[in-house]
Write a protein that binds this ligand. Structure first.
Ligand code: FPP
Length: 238
């Protein structure tokens, strides 16, 4: 089966999952953290080296402070519990987003695990935190504009690859497949530059329930797609 090298998840539906069970929304996020472990392990068994997770968007700061604090604390606890496991499995942790917005203790814990796993070149877990696609693109434009203003960059030399070199993680390959759970069919400001040729997959299953069969279904769907990147299939070239 043709599997993606980089799979990205929009982990949606935690709140609805919890509410449907008469529980507070945070319980849905806690169950979602268990799905993160499951998905990482499944990605490993399918030989998918890069997993990106939309864990907290720039827009998510506008949620009630109880939920925001709960999510930050959950991320901290997840890291505490899983950092050794990431290290033992040779998974490199990377963070993309406005990390300066994150609580200092969380940022420090993330940086520690990033440093500890920085030497791994096989698998990667990318946590998108305080992330917004438009924010990322605006930051890249700002960085180039500064260099143009100081004479370091000739504006005529700005092309796609120079622009992409100013994104948060310039060396990260674009996602081959973006999976969104809980039935919505939109990107919600996720990886807007990087998604140009990504295959999109939506499943009605809520993130806390996303399991092995759902993972396999997404991969089978991906394997059935013909990716032409704007070109033609070889058979149609003549
Ligand atoms: C969207 O569902 C989900 C989030 C904003 C947070 C995702 C976070 C986790 C799964 C927590 C654990 C993450 C890691 C990396 C350990 P929603 O709450 O908007 O769902 P709703 O649309 O049903 O309200």
């Amino acid at each position: 089966m043709n599997t993606p090298k980089h799979i990205a998840f929009i982990m949606d539906g935690n709140g609805r999952w919890a509410r449907a069970r008469g529980m507070p929304r945070l319980k849905g996020h806690e169950a979602g953290a268990e799905t993160v472990k499951r998905v990482l392990s499944l990605a490993g068994s399918y030989g998918i080296p890069i997993v990106s997770l939309y864990a907290f968007s720039v827009e998510n700061w506008s949620r009630p402070s109880l939920e925001v604090r709960g999510l930050m604390s959950l991320l901290g606890r997840f890291l505490e519990r899983e950092a050794d496991e990431l290290f033992d499995k040779g998974i490199r942790l990377r963070v993309m987003g406005r990390r300066e917005d994150l609580p200092a203790a969380l940022d420090k814990a993330l940086a520690k695990t990033e440093e500890r796993t920085a030497g791994f070149s096989g698998r990667q877990l990318v946590l998108c935190l305080s992330y917004g696609g438009r924010t990322e693109i605006a930051a890249a434009a700002r960085s180039l504009a500064r260099d143009v203003a100081s004479g370091l960059v000739d504006p005529e030399k700005i092309d796609e690859s120079l622009f992409a070199s100013r994104l948060y993680l310039p060396d990260l390959p674009d996602p081959d497949l973006i999976v969104r759970t809980s039935g919505e069919r939109r990107l919600s400001n996720f990886l807007l530059w990087q998604c140009a040729y990504s295959e999109l997959y939506s499943t009605p299953v809520a993130w806390p329930d996303f399991g092995e069969d759902d993972f396999r279904a997404a991969l089978e769907d991906f394997a059935s797609r013909q990716r032409r990147f704007g070109g033609l299939e070889p058979a149609a070239q003549a």
